[in-house]
Design a protein around this ligand. Structure first.
Ligand SMILES: NC(=O)c1ccc[n+]([C@@H]2O[C@H](COP(=O)([O-])OP(=O)(O)OC[C@H]3O[C@@H](n4cnc5c(N)ncnc54)[C@H](OP(=O)(O)O)[C@@H]3O)[C@@H](O)[C@H]2O)c1
Length: 243
């Protein structure tokens, strides 16, 4: 059976992806910081789908431990999903370096640190799928979340370069831009229904995109149109908007 490694596996989106892949009979390595939570998820998935699930401790910002972490997976995974992320608070991050750093370190540096190692191994093996959960927030910076958005922009660009590099090795890289999703991350936000989806729909879209070898997906198609319009607005107009 193929194995999928899910990084940030306690995230609501990650849990839906884990169930989707388990239903397709993938064995799973679920990696996260909260071991009690991840062990509960492990038991639930094992019972429901009868696949092997290995829980592992993983902190995206403990860069120096990433090489050892990968060695300890024992089985090198065919699929790797980067699902961890930290939205943080924009206003706080403008004035407080620790908050700004945490946003950049989690969403960008942590992802680059672990995927650099994953990419080397997949390139050697000439197979593998890397899935990165990025964000439409990275498509254009706006005042309400440009520190998180700039980290996601960096991540999107990194994934694009990785896809280009690994193409000739037969390794596929999928960039996912979910739009608004009803998860712990957004529970205090008033999300517009038309632009909002569920973790289960994100997982289903990823499953289809893997099959079709898609490069980048917007989970709700309307986001593709919204972001084209937003990207086309001249800066002289965009800078005056309250976004
Ligand atoms: N929800 C949305 O609307 C939305 C939209 C676009 C993109 N995304 C992206 O989708 C991904 C999943 O988010 P979600 O919506 O499912 O939110 P979530 O449930 O809040 O999940 C975020 C996850 O990231 C983990 N995490 C944070 N810092 C970490 C670190 N240093 N090391 C390891 N894990 C860490 C958290 O683990 P702990 O429990 O240990 O804190 C948590 O499991 C994120 O990358 C997010 O940016 C979400």
């Amino acid at each position: 059976m193929p194995t999928a490694l899910i990084l940030g596996a306690t995230s609501d989106i990650a849990q839906a992806i884990a169930r989707e892949l388990a239903a397709k009979q993938y064995d799973l390595i679920l990696a996260a910081r909260n071991m009690n939570y991840i062990e509960r998820i492990q038991k639930d998935i094992q019972i429901r789908y009868g696949v092997q699930v290995k829980p592992m401790y993983f902190d995206a910002t403990s860069y120096e431990q990433h090489a050892d972490f990968l060695k300890q997976t024992e089985v090198f995974p065919e699929v790797v999903v980067v699902c961890f992320g930290y939205l943080g608070e924009q206003k706080k991050a403008e004035a407080n370096w620790d908050e700004a750093y945490q946003i950049l370190a989690t969403n960008y540096i942590g992802a680059v640190s672990i995927l650099n190692l994953v990419a080397q191994e997949m390139e050697k093996r000439k197979q593998g799928i890397i899935i990165g959960i990025s964000s439409v927030a990275g498509d254009r910076g706006r005042k309400s979340n440009y520190i998180y958005g700039s980290a996601k922009a960096g991540f999107t660009t990194y994934l694009s370069g990785l896809r280009n590099r690994l193409y000739t090795s037969g390794v596929h890289v999928l960039t996912v831009k979910p739009g608004y999703v009803t998860t712990r991350m957004t529970e205090n936000m008033n999300l517009p229904k038309l632009l909002t989806t569920t973790p289960e729909k994100v997982a289903k879209s990823i499953s289809k995109a893997i099959k079709k070898k898609k490069n980048t997906i917007y989970v709700k198609k309307i986001w593709w149109l919204v972001m084209i319009i937003i990207r086309c607005l001249p800066e002289s107009i965009f800078k005056k908007l309250n976004l």
